[in-house]
Structures are given as C-alpha cells and as structure tokens.
Design a protein around this ligand. Sequence first.
Ligand SMILES: [Zn+2]
Length: 269
Amino acid sequence: MGAADYGPVIASSIIVSEQWDQLGSLLAAARIASDAGIGGTTAAGSNTAPISSSSSGLDSFSWRLESSGFFSVASIAKALARDKDNAWQPATIGLLSEMWKVFIPPKIQFFAWRLFIARLPVKDLLLSRGVDLTSSDPMCVLCGSQPESLAHLFFFCNVSKTMWSRKFLWVGIASVISLEVFMDFGILQTKVKSLKDRRRLNIIWIATSWSLWCMRNAIIFEQGQYSFDVVYYNVMFYSWSWLATKSMFSPSSSFFDWYMAPLDYFSDV
Ligand SMILES: [Zn+2]
C-alpha cells in the first residue's frame, strides 16, 4: 500500500510533509479544541482565525490561543487546564495530567494527547467521519487481520502486543507489575509508587506508542515494511534521548547504560 492509495485522505487529514505537518497539527488541534468546547467554541477550527491573504498572496492562519498567532502545545495545555472540567471525563483528565509531566518534546506531547483523547487519525475514525477509504485497505497494516482502530493498533494487535511484551521484559519489572499494568498508562500511575521509576516508565510507555505510530505511518505513506528491530530500538533511543535532555547525567552515561538497565540509570532524575 502506498501514499497514492490514500489520495484525498492524505490531502485532508494526515501529515505527509513537514509543511503539511505544521498545518495539519494546527487544524487538528483546532478541531480537538473545538470538540472539547474550549473557549466556548462550537465549530471546528474556531481557534484559528479565518484564512487571510498576505501581501505576497499566500494564505495564512492565526492561532487564537496564543497572542503571537503561532500554534503551541503550551497554549492547549493552558486552555485545557482552564476548561478541563467541561472538556473531558475525570479519567481522561487524570491521564492528561500525568502525560503533561512526562519529559518529552512538545511534538510528542501533542501525539500523546491525541492518543489519550482518541483523536489520532486511525482508519476507523476517518471512516466514521465520512472520509472515503474505499481505495485503500481499512485493515491494520501491522497484522493485516483486523480493522484498524486506535485500540487495536496500539493495544490489541498481536504485533503491537509482542512489542509491549518485549519492552516489558527489557525494563525488568515483572516481579513488581504485570504486562497488563505496564500497557495501561492510567493503572501504571497507581501501581508504581516510586516517582523516579514512574517517570522512566512513562517515557518508555510513550516512546513505545510513538514508535509503533511512526512504523504504522511509514508502512502506509512510505511503502515501508514492518521491522521489529526498528521499533524495538527506536523505543530505547527515543526514551533515552528525551530523558537525557532533561537530566544532569554524568559524562560516563551512555545509551548502552540505558540499554542495559533503564530503571537503574539516571539516578538523579
Ligand atoms: Zn493489527
């Protein structure tokens, strides 16, 4: 399956280039914020100002939640904090509250946010919104045996479950929690008492989800093939790099240390 098979789906809903990524994020955020009723909005995209033309004749957007007019994840977090009681169920608010604390880049926060509020553009969501997928395969590209839904793609697909299982073995906490707890971000917060361990596990959890999502997109839009090794090592690399950015780790710290024992590393975090 290639990008050409998606045609209008790419054009209207999914990120296909760096420029489109920025515009798509802005529009998606506007849609989500609108869905959440933030700021009393009622129509999709109402947190963006109407399209206007510059002197150069190019269209532009303005993000109303920021005085600068530029989109930012921080502005969404502030808006959600202001209106959260009206926007989400308590369980979702709890998940988002924990997610904002995780040491990850804004782009990844935005991904995690969309995952937790079930707004990632998986195929069943696109179909429910009337997007025509007739020219493409509505099945999960990881296993090919079930329709792609958010729950299936990330948690019930045999391919994804195998990855979660291997990551669970990697972190080495089978004596403390079960695989099912490890896979459930919400329950994970209640079962792991150590804040230090929880921070690392939360990063690994989001890195696992992000790596699966990237692989899914590579298969669909870049005609890639599933690679267990790519996802497996990406989880380690992403989680290490995100945590290292926030840590005062010693010069001797290395990716190899993280690879060998993720919960014994970054002792000062
Ligand atoms: Zn699947």
